[in-house]
Design a protein around this ligand. Structure first.
Ligand code: BGC
Length: 799
């Protein structure tokens, strides 16, 4: 194990699903789980391949009802490479080897983050003696359409003959999540196979997604360096396979190289996907050269995302960065794709896009702003759909969907299964209208970090103003309260969807929703007033926006209601009247109560009755806004938010939260670290180990948690340093954790590339590369220093 590798010793079928997710390789265009190439799908193996933004819709019947779901499609499997020993006497071959039928003598797996490769080393017993197999794979970070798998066989003690089959498998379905197995999963149709006439060693497979009609093509070139070997093609059963047989002499390795190209009909600059795939696979360089160009592409990414955190935390953070970059890379910036909550690593949440980008873009803004811009453009392209949704709900402006997929309509399931009770239940989580504020927040923070006014004044403004308009129109004036109220929503805490015994779902005045809506409205007014005159005239004309409407926005932004009870901010109106849960009793009875909602439902109760949250809700406000900004936001709303009120609010919700989302540990860790509370580390640790230790009990095998992964990177970058760019100055206000107090990273801010920040005990170093064009102002508390290009400024930290 090094700082750059994750290694797994031995073969353990029970561990495979988690390893497959954590060893996924991808390049932002597509990704493939780290499954064994010789087994195909079947428990415990699930070799999924997913392309960013490639969705399909199917109708299923569950609980006597027809439901329609859109899924990120599991594409044909390019991994298959199986082998078997051939008997010396030309008799019938034995079965293909699998680790389940014949456990290997040795099995070692290495995920190399620097090189972007997954390597397996095995030794197996065969009737002709031990066979060593070394397998290395990559999903190319330079050419997003390429993947390659090199397998080297070495007979250790005696001669043997082997047959290897390298295939493309079009028989796959979406079946990666047990809870969804009652749902339709056959997304691929019209599977065709063939051999490239220009290169008979290259086979291809094409198909199409059944409803979205996306054409998918893969081509595989397979070559062995075995003199005198034989080869044939088998195109039966929805697979395109190449079979090679060859002799092995003891100690002389034979290498089989499989090079695969994947294209879809959504790709630019191609004639047809099949032609493009055959051409790309047929002309690709050999494995060694691909490895070199792939390594170079990765090096360039790592250079833009330098992160140096010592110890276990550092290793995990690097793994998080690796998976963030495999899901969202500069190649993603060329696509029409959003932030899939579970990466391209599995089928949980069907590859949908939630508010999780709120935890991802702040990190990307400071390293890969072109990716942030593309992800915001995904939202802008779906602005008409969001406006349509608002109209259908009788509202103005844009109502973004809680779950988004291909065309921007609401993709949240209407029924979900509680695996504990076996019941299909109505799902009202789509009432999380706060997702719109997340989109607006990201537009604003992106523009602040990059200075990209070209975006802010065009697509950014269109998006933000329409979201503001939705909020202003959703706010009802309550003359009794002399305040505006937003009713019938669900906040970030998904446990509360309705008032106990209410006939309809939805809650009133969710504090998070109202405060963020107020913030969006205030930013929309500010932006409208600062737009360059001609642009403002055009935009106002296009949106039919008039000063009178801006005045209403201003008014609503100052008078939205925030409920309080017992001296704390209420999560929503009426929260204080809910029952207290017997937390200790439930912990004693069930141990892990993260999914308290499922436990209570299975008992015939409902979590709606209790002061019990799944994740940070009110406290999200302290995550999004530094204390100064949050206090100002409350003051603008006519409320006084002082340290005492905030502390009491934190103390109220902390013991009443079950942390049933990986985002919860992150947000609590961030908040408590900034408040220098000793419990912070427990939450940070939970966020760090969420995926590597599969803390949510079996969810990581279904896909990594991208929001928490990116969020932990941002925790080190902004959370623990207080890093903020304000008034052209880099402000810092470190709150190092005793367990994480020495680390360094670099960020990009506007025209400054490679600003180095290093925190050590008692000091903070900020450096600028000599290539910088101008000096940088750095503020620490009440001091400001100027760092010249090529220099490092050391600032002492108060003890
Ligand atoms: C969380 C949501 C999150 C979603 C996707 C849920 O468990 O409660 O906040 O957006 O997962 O990651």
């Amino acid at each position: 194990m090094t700082d750059w590798t994750w290694e797994y010793e031995g073969y353990d079928p029970a561990e495979e699903p988690l390893r497959e997710a954590l060893c996924t390789l991808g390049n932002g265009y597509f990704a493939t789980r780290g499954a064994a190439p010789e087994t195909g799908a079947g428990p415990p193996h699930y070799p999924g391949t997913y392309a960013a933004g490639c969705y399909n819709r199917l109708v299923s019947t569950v609980a006597g009802r027809e439901v329609e779901n859109e899924d990120m499609v599991n594409l044909p499997d390019w991994l298959p490479l199986r082998f078997r020993a051939l008997p010396p006497d030309d008799g019938p071959p034995g079965p293909w080897w699998t680790p389940d039928a014949h456990p290997p003598l040795e099995h070692h797996q290495v995920l190399d983050l620097r090189a972007g490769t997954l390597t397996r080393r095995l030794r197996l017993d065969t009737p002709q003696g031990p066979l060593a197999v070394e397998q290395c794979r990559l999903v190319h970070m330079g050419d997003p359409h390429l993947a390659a798998l090199r397998t080297t066989f070495t007979a250790e003690s005696g001669p043997m003959r082997l047959e290897a089959e390298s295939a493309l498998d079009g028989t796959v379905v979406n079946a990666g999540v047990a809870r969804y197995r009652d749902l339709e999963g056959r997304h691929l149709t019209d599977v065709r196979t063939g051999e490239d006439s220009a290169d008979p060693g290259t086979v291809w497979l094409t198909c199409r997604t059944s409803a979205s009609g996306i054409g998918v093509a893969l081509a595989a070139r397979t070559r062995a360096d075995a003199p005198g070997g034989a080869a044939r093609t088998d195109l039966s059963g929805g697979r395109a396979a190449r079979r090679l047989s060859f002799a092995l002499r003891p100690g002389v390795p034979v290498t089989v190289e499989k090079t695969v190209a994947l294209f879809t009909s959504r790709d630019p600059a191609i004639g047809d996907p099949c032609g493009a795939a055959c051409q790309r696979a047929g002309t690709a360089a050999g494995f060694e050269d691909l490895l070199a160009s792939h390594g170079r592409a990765w090096r360039h990414l790592w250079d833009r995302a330098e992160l140096d955190v010592p110890g276990k935390a550092g290793r995990i953070l690097r793994l998080h960065l690796f998976h963030v970059l495999q899901t969202l890379s500069p190649h993603t910036a060329e696509l029409d794709a959003g932030v899939p909550a579970r990466g391209l690593h599995g089928e949980a949440y069907r590859g949908h896009v939630f508010w999780d980008e709120l935890f991802v873009l702040p990190y990307l803004n400071l390293h890969f702003p072109e990716i942030s811009r593309a992800l915001l453009t995904y939202r802008h392209r779906r602005l008409p759909a969001a406006c349509r949704a608002a109209r259908e709900a009788g509202r103005k402006g844009a109502m973004y969907p809680w779950q988004s997929g291909s065309d921007g309509r609401e993709e949240t399931q209407t029924l979900h299964l509680n695996p504990r009770s076996g019941r299909w239940l109505p799902d009202s989580s789509c009432l999380q209208r706060h997702v719109g504020s997340a989109v607006a927040y990201n537009v604003w923070r992106y523009a602040q970090a990059t200075g990209d006014l070209g975006f802010l004044h065009t697509k950014g403004a269109e998006t933000l103003l329409n979201i503001a308009r939705f909020w202003a129109d959703s706010a009802e004036y309550d003359p009794g309260e002399e305040r505006y109220r937003i009713r019938g929503v669900v906040g970030p805490d998904e446990y509360h969807e309705a008032y106990p015994d209410a006939a309809a779902p939805g809650l009133d005045d969710n504090a998070y929703t109202n405060v963020t809506a107020a913030w969006v409205l205030a930013r929309a007014v500010e932006l409208s007033r600062t737009l360059p005159a001609p642009r403002k005239a055009h935009l106002f004309e296009d949106l039919a926006l008039e000063e009178a409407e801006l005045e209403r926005w201003e008014d609503v932004s100052r008078r939205l209601r925030v409920p309080f009870h017992d001296g704390v901010i209420s999560q929503f109106e009426g929260y204080g009247a809910l029952a207290e849960l017997d937390w200790e009793g439930y912990r004693a009875r069930y141990g892990d109560i993260r999914r308290l909602d499922r436990i209570l439902e299975a008992e015939g109760d409902t979590v709606n009755r209790y002061q019990a949250s799944k994740q940070a809700d009110v406290l999200m406000l302290g995550f999004l806004f530094p204390p100064r900004e949050l206090a100002a936001l409350f003051a603008r709303l006519g409320y006084r938010l002082d340290d005492g009120l905030w502390r009491r609010t934190v103390d109220h919700y902390l013991p009443r939260t079950s942390h049933g989302s990986t985002l919860s540990g992150l947000v609590h860790g961030w908040l408590l670290a900034r408040e220098r509370r000793p419990e912070a580390w427990t939450h940070v640790e939970e966020a760090l180990t969420g995926d590597v230790a599969d803390v949510q009990g079996g969810t990581t095998p279904e896909g990594i948690h991208l929001g928490a992964m990116a969020g932990t990177l941002d925790l080190v970058q902004r959370g623990l340093t207080g890093l903020e760019f304000r008034d052209g100055t880099l402000h810092l206000d470190p709150a190092p954790l005793p367990q994480l107090c020495e680390y360094g990273f670099s960020v990009r801010f506007r025209e400054f590339w490679g600003i180095g920040v290093r925190v050590t005990a008692g000091a903070l170093d900020v450096s600028l590369p000599s290539t910088a064009n101008a000096p940088l102002r750095v503020g620490l508390h009440d001091r400001t220093v100027t760092v010249a290009p090529g220099e490092t400024a050391r600032l002492a930290l108060p003890r």
